[in-house]
Design a protein around this ligand. Sequence first.
Ligand SMILES: [Zn+2]
Length: 409
Amino acid sequence: MPIKVNGARLWENLMQMAKIGGTAKEGCNRQALTDLDIKGRALFSDWCRKIGLQIQYDAVGNMFARLDGRDNHLNPLVIGSHLDTQPTGGKYDGVLGVLAGLEVMTRIVEEKIIPERPIEIACWMNEEGARFAPAMMGSGVWAGMLDLGEVRASIDLEGISVGIELDRHGYSSHPDPQDKDIAAYLELHIEQGPVLEAEGKDVGVVTGAQGIRWYDVVLTGQETHAGPSPMAMRHDPMRLVPALVQGILEIGTRDEAARATIGQVHTAPFSRNVVPGKVVVSVDLRHPNEQVLQSMHDDLATLVSELTGEDRKLTSILEEIWHSPVVAFDAGLVTSIRRGAKELGYSYCDIVSGAGHDSLMVARKVPTAMIFTPCRDGISHNESEHIEPHQAEAGANVLLAAVLDYLGS
Ligand SMILES: [Zn+2]
């Protein structure tokens, strides 16, 4: 019989943690580096110390709870996620991965298993990016994708910087994040989408993550009074918007996996009785295949370049803002997760992550994989985010199986 987690204990811990920063609508507000975030971490640390784990930090506020192995010169296997939430976040996004990590570790201790190498639970700093941008801050600095100095300068709406908060909580004196070596990383997370629930699966085997490309399409014309200027004599960039929007949404329908989103349309000046001189349309393109994403990019570039047609006083420019390449998780770890799900008798399917996760940063440096748990109606970043106890338990059991598989190999 495989060793299994204690699902009731995991659930109890999730409910305890949810009280810290708990909102009236049964969600959580535990934003990064606030006093509530630190309080949540203190509760987690207490639980970890009770089972004999040592707590370590780095200078960007990442926290690691370590169980020594037989050979402590070997780099640790790390499991985890994040404890910070959105301002109106739920009880499970991130928290499930950290507390499932604790449950896995607790079972290993209870079974008196001495792992061949150390195991650590990671609690990455500011995954959400709600209070401080960008998201995935702690894991990004660890992975060398973000600069510690720049991250320290990031400020919240009150003008308080990450650096001030790291100093205030005593994190700054800890070692440079990039000094820490990790052998491999596993993360359990809620899906934050509707696929697993719709397919009736217990767990998702995450094979990688969509590539993401962000753009502004900048349309310019001539700003003029809404009354005196006849329609035919205007150079109104708003005229280009319908064809642009339609073209962009079509790019998102090229296959099942493609996504195209227009989340923002800004006009300038923002006035109801002025023909705008400028319209900026945001574009978010995603695809799990980098070549297809590139051809979506090419289609967008062609669309934008052909948009203005005859009117020489209108211009359309495509500005690329961000490109996060496709991430493929480690084939060995993905196989191990799939095997674990199968041996435990859970229904499962492969899935690609559509959201950002610490794993995407960590995967740039070391073998990484993720397990997803379904969430009700695919809703997250919302106080009504919900999973069932048996779903949390299934995810944690698969995580435990993958951990034991890795350590045994
Ligand atoms: Zn998350």
